[in-house]
Structures are given as structure tokens and as C-alpha cells.
Design a protein around this ligand. Structure first.
Ligand code: SF4
Length: 204
């Protein structure tokens, strides 16, 4: 049974978009509307010969509500509480700064462009690839990252913030394993989804 937290308005696109991670198949589904998302998720269950949970719509709604500002939901939790998308711009800047310093301390080495592209694609498909309600490029944060690193991927315009570590994905997809170990605490590693490239790298 899922909790009763609801979206206030299903016609307003949430900052993470209309997205659901299907734990049963480890598959992320994105669609243009909530209704389309629910229908597509149901079709996905059928295609995989899985029974569609009775509360699938509630599960999808809760998944999204857990990743967007409380003000967009019916949640009565403390509105000053921050987690995932509720991360402040300052928190994002601090986490990303730690990643960039770790990268610099590792002699500014980056993984190959092929590996960075593969990581970027995993982030694009990941439900934790989170748009912040504040526009980071408007605040100059994208340029700030680019001022540190001259590397990029073809997916940069689809990379947002890692909802687990608060690091900007355009920055840390390039980090080598030693640099990642310097900026990701060991307690945070298992909190990343099983499909996460960072979790796989750091759990080895
Ligand atoms: S770093 Fe991992 S958890 Fe974060 S957005 Fe990318 S794939 Fe998802």
C-alpha cells in the first residue's frame, strides 16, 4: 500500500518530468504527460508478463512526489525539509565544488570520452537525474563547471543534478575512480540506484 501523498496538479509538469523507475524490471520510463506515463508503465508490465499492481498509479505519483518540491504535493511534511530536488543551490554548489576539487587533486585526469558518454547516457535514463527548480545555467553554475573542466559530452544539455549526491552530472561523469572516492562518502554509495555507474564503480 503506497502513501496518500498526491500531486497538487497533474497538468503541471514536475521539475523531474513525468518519469517512473520500474523496480521490477530496473527500467526508467519517461513520457510527456502523467496519463501517458501511467498507460506506458502498464503496457511495460504486460510486455514483461508481470502482473500490474492495483496501486500502480499511486506508486507512480508517490515516486514523483518524493523527488519534487513539497509545495507541488499535498504532503504536510515540514516545508523547510530539503532532500533530492529540495536541495538548495548552495548544497549543489558545495557538492559540485568538492567533486571539482577532487578532480583537480587527481591531476585533472578525466575518464575517456567513451566512458563519459556511457555514464552520461545512464544519468539521462536515471530517475535521480534531477532538474533543480532554480535554473543553474541562469545562475552561471554550468559555466562555472566548464571553467574548471574543458571536457564535455554530447548529452550535457540533458544532464542535471544527481539527486543522491547533489553533484552536477556534467561535472562528475568525467571523474576517475580515485577522485570519485574523495567526494562520495561510503555511506552514500548504496543509496544510488543499482543501475548507477557511480555505484558500480565505487562498489568494486
Ligand atoms: S550519478 Fe548515478 S544516481 Fe546520480 S543521476 Fe547519474 S546514474 Fe543516477
Amino acid at each position: 500500500m503506497t502513501s496518500s501523498v498526491k500531486l497538487k496538479n497533474k497538468r503541471v509538469v514536475p521539475p523531474i518530468g513525468w518519469v517512473y523507475y520500474v523496480p521490477e524490471t530496473k527500467h526508467t520510463i519517461r513520457r510527456a504527460t502523467f496519463i501517458d506515463l501511467v498507460q506506458h508503465v502498464k503496457r511495460h508490465f504486460k510486455a514483461n508478463e508481470l502482473e500490474i499492481p492495483d496501486d500502480i498509479e499511486n506508486r507512480i505519483e508517490k515516486f514523483i512526489c518524493d523527488r519534487i518540491p513539497l509545495s507541488m504535493t499535498t504532503s504536510t511534511a515540514n516545508r523547510n525539509e530539503f532532500s533530492k530536488l529540495r536541495m538548495t543551490v548552495g548544497a549543489v554548489q558545495r557538492a559540485t565544488s568538492a567533486a571539482l576539487h577532487a578532480w583537480r587533486d587527481e591531476k585533472r585526469r578525466s575518464v575517456s570520452s567513451k566512458e563519459a558518454e556511457e555514464r552520461a547516457q545512464i544519468c539521462v535514463d536515471c530517475p535521480e537525474n534531477t532538474r533543480n527548480t532554480a535554473c543553474l545555467s541562469c545562475r552561471g553554475l554550468n559555466n562555472w563547471v566548464k571553467g574548471w573542466q574543458s571536457v564535455s559530452t554530447t548529452k550535457d544539455n540533458q544532464l542535471f543534478i544527481c539527486g543522491v549526491s547533489a553533484i552536477m552530472n556534467i561535472a562528475h561523469v568525467h571523474l576517475t575512480e580515485p577522485a570519485l572516492r574523495k567526494c562520495i562518502s561510503s555511506t552514500l554509495i548504496p543509496k544510488h540506484p543499482e543501475t548507477c555507474w557511480k555505484r558500480k564503480t565505487l562498489e568494486n
